[in-house]
Write a protein that binds this ligand. Structure first.
Ligand SMILES: Cc1ncc(COP(=O)(O)O)c(C=O)c1O
Length: 395
């Protein structure tokens, strides 16, 4: 009766069940997974955010498939401040970055076509691919080479049905920007093999390591389509406002054709509400200040983890973003995230959610409060000790 675009089983996973059991039992949970910027105690300019929604132009309906030009110009100015040139005429507004992926898939793929996505990375790709009938195949990032692309494996994954290579820059949760040499390699590969490059840059402005030298897809020249995706949810810490975008780059003729077809897709949905489009320039003007507050939180929490961990568990180096991977030794005792929740009441993301190859990884949100991070760090370390007094529900 139902399509196979949704999973065969919608049953909650083991960690979700354990969390529900803990909450039912009234036991405390120290939650280090919160990446919702509106729920982590940050001081945001609330009055100015709300005030932007009162633009009287929103009283009229003037549908534009690509999105209101004023908002697209503001997006281009945001990228100009990063040091990149984005053409408002090549920007498409969507309700979210996730929706931008869906339009990219609709633009490039027939049912059964394939895209390549980094591994480990953001776990939504498979779900987004399945919803559009697209198969997502993974290519490895190499931890021993600062998460550089495993080029041999990437090329081995390409089939006649491959349409695009997805990148997350910086990657969630490894916090690694796409290396400059990898961009050069990808530009050549995509040009030769007729593939599009699709770069998710929602965290691009959240640079945490002084030495990191981010390169955006907006600066990549290729004889191929280069799509750059981002959105207000991370850029302005406003996930509730629902606006994302994509920029279409590449050779003139290909871009013209892609934009015409994207306009056709966009016209079928017209997803971004008028108040949000008219507010977007003001939110993007506030965004640098908001990002500073978010970055300060990320840096403080990162410093806590880097300072406290280091015995059995170590914080992996991170260049940018809101996540931190913690790596402990592989144990025979099973998923450390589950053991942490059941034994210590600390909620983290299991590494396998992100397709880390070994079991020793867990992921924490850098939006977590520094005091909670401090409290949790010792508990996390304890779970890897052979002698840890593991007791379900005890904390
Ligand atoms: C890498 C990455 N891309 C996209 C998104 C989703 O962005 P949006 O809320 O604009 O759909 C997230 C959300 O966590 C993310 O981590």
């Amino acid at each position: 009766m139902f399509s196979q675009r949704t999973p065969a089983s919608l049953a909650p996973n083991e960690l979700t069940r354990a969390l529900a059991a803990r909450r039912r039992a009234g036991l405390p949970v120290l939650d280090l997974t919160v990446t919702n910027p509106t729920r982590c105690g940050l001081a945001l300019p609330e009055a100015e955010i709300l005030e932007a929604l009162t633009d009287a132009r929103a009283l009229r309906y003037e549908p534009e498939p690509q999105g209101w030009l004023g908002a697209r110009e503001a997006v281009a100015m945001h990228h100009a401040a990063q040091g990149y040139c984005a053409d408002p005429g090549r920007v498409f507004l969507t309700a979210s970055t996730s929706e931008a992926y869906s339009w990219v898939f609709k633009l490039l793929c027939d049912a059964g076509d394939e895209v390549l996505a980094p591994r480990p990375s953001y776990p939504l790709f498979e779900c987004l691919g399945a919803l559009d009938g697209v198969e997502v195949r993974g290519y490895r990032l190499l931890p021993e080479l600062d998460w550089a692309i495993d080029r041999a494996e990437l090329e081995a994954q390409i089939t006649p049905r491959t349409r695009a290579i997805l990148l997350v820059n910086p990657n969630n949760p490894t916090g690694s920007y796409v290396h400059e040499e990898d961009w050069l390699y990808l530009a050549e590969l995509a040009s030769q093999r007729g593939l599009a490059l699709v770069s998710d840059e929602v965290f691009f402005d959240y640079r945490l390591a002084e030495g990191a030298q981010p390169v955006s897809a907006l600066g990549v020249e290729a004889d191929a389509l280069v799509m750059t995706l981002s959105g207000l949810s991370k850029v302005a810490a406003l996930p509730q406002m629902k606006m994302g975008w994509m920029h279409v780059g590449g050779p003139e003729g290909l871009v013209r054709e892609a934009c015409a077809r994207l306009e056709w897709i966009a016209d079928a949905y017209l997803p971004v509400s008028a108040p949000v489009q008219y507010a977007a320039p003001r939110w993007l003007a506030l965004a640098p200040r908001v990002r500073e507050a978010v970055l300060e939180r990320c840096r403080e929490t990162l410093a806590v983890f880097q300072g406290i961990m280091g015995g059995t568990v170590r914080a992996r180096p991170v260049e940018g973003g809101w996540s931190l991977a913690l790596e402990g030794p592989r144990t025979a005792a099973g998923d450390p995230a589950l053991r942490l929740l059941e034994g210590r009441g600390v909620l983290v993301q299991p590494g396998h959610f992100f397709d880390f190859e070994t079991e020793g990884f867990v992921v924490v949100s850098l939006l977590s409060r520094p005091d909670e991070a401090r409290e949790a760090a010792g508990l996390i370390e304890g779970i890897w000790q052979p002698s840890s007094d593991f007791s379900p529900f005890g904390r």
